[in-house]
Ligand binder design. Structure first.
Ligand SMILES: C[S@@+](CC[C@H](N)C(=O)[O-])C[C@H]1O[C@@H](n2cnc3c(N)ncnc32)[C@H](O)[C@@H]1O
Length: 279
């Protein structure tokens, strides 16, 4: 099923997200194709860490396409001056459109996504939707002032922004999308529940982490973490996660209802604070 959650034509958000699989079905590889004039940037990225492991295990594939390979002139020109004048250059439509069409022939059911500061904001929730939908993605990286609007209108299904700032190109945003989505694909992280407890996933930021040595520059790790008592450890993690969220990102708690377990943990913490400040 083709999912559409942003319409460049209307500029409006729309659509419903649905997983492409039923429970128990074996998951096929999710294929990322990155269209760029700097393929070596993305190639280097996909050769490291979790993304590399996911490629090696067949969980994902990450292919780059050099848009210059679709040019027809001696200089392999991908940009031209803007109609109407003004500074900067615009990505020419012909090579880009040919590159997109070729990628679509290779992955006919893929969603074609333009990375652009004008797109919908990329969040953990958006990454989760993409990972669940498991659609192949063709990620189009702009450069210069961006791409010719006719390519946007005719060949782009969706627009994603990685934040309200302007970068020089879509390669870093494409890598952000691949990285965040890949981490959420079952099996990509090794320990299945490590992604489930990460910041944002449960509507709060994660608890603090400690590793050896037990004392670092005079600071010991919290006693509870070396107690071996798993119930206490889980309670401590929930409490620190909530308190850190309250202090660093209160918006995450204010925009949703707390679970009974979270309310209980926060109330217990409030009681400790009241004891501390009591006259
Ligand atoms: C210099 S930017 C062009 C910005 C464009 N003139 C504008 O004002 O919207 C060049 C390319 O970088 C990418 N880019 C820049 N900022 C981005 C962001 N926040 N999210 C996603 N892509 C971005 C896009 O692919 C864009 O076409």
């Amino acid at each position: 099923m083709k999912l559409k959650f942003f319409s460049p034509a209307t500029g409006g958000a729309c659509g419903i997200f649905e997983p492409a699989r039923k429970a128990g079905q074996k998951r096929r590889a999710m294929n990322f194709t990155v269209l760029t004039i700097f393929p070596e940037m993305v190639d280097a990225f996909s050769q490291h860490g979790i993304v590399r492991r996911a490629v090696e295990s067949g969980t994902i594939s990450c292919r780059t396409v050099d848009i210059r390979d679709y040019t027809k002139d001696r200089h392999r020109t991908v940009d031209d001056r803007p109609y109407g004048g003004g500074s900067g250059m615009v990505m020419k439509p012909e090579p880009l459109a040919a590159a997109i069409r070729d990628a679509r022939n290779a992955y006919p059911s893929a969603r074609t996504v333009l990375l652009t500061p004008q797109g919908r904001g990329f969040t953990q929730e958006a990454a989760r939707h993409l990972a669940d939908a498991a659609e192949d993605l063709i990620l189009v990286c702009g450069r210069y002032e961006g791409i010719d609007e006719r390519v946007c209108q005719g060949l782009i299904d969706d627009e994603i922004s990685v934040g309200d700032y302007v970068l020089s190109g879509g390669e870093v945003p494409a890598m952000i999308v691949i990285d965040a989505v890949t981490r959420l694909i079952p099996g990509a992280l090794g320990g299945e529940d490590s992604a489930e407890k990460e910041t944002f996933v449960q509507g709060r930021i994660e608890h603090a982490h400690y590793t050896r040595p037990p004392v670092f520059e005079g600071e010991p790790v919290p006693e509870v973490l070396v107690s071996g008592n798993h119930a206490r450890i889980e309670a401590w993690r929930l409490e620190t996660s909530l308190v850190r969220t309250l202090l660093k990102r209160p918006d995450l708690l204010l925009e949703r209802a707390l679970t009974p377990e979270e309310k209980k943990a926060l109330k217990a913490w409030c009681r400790k604070v009241e004891t501390l400040v009591a006259d």
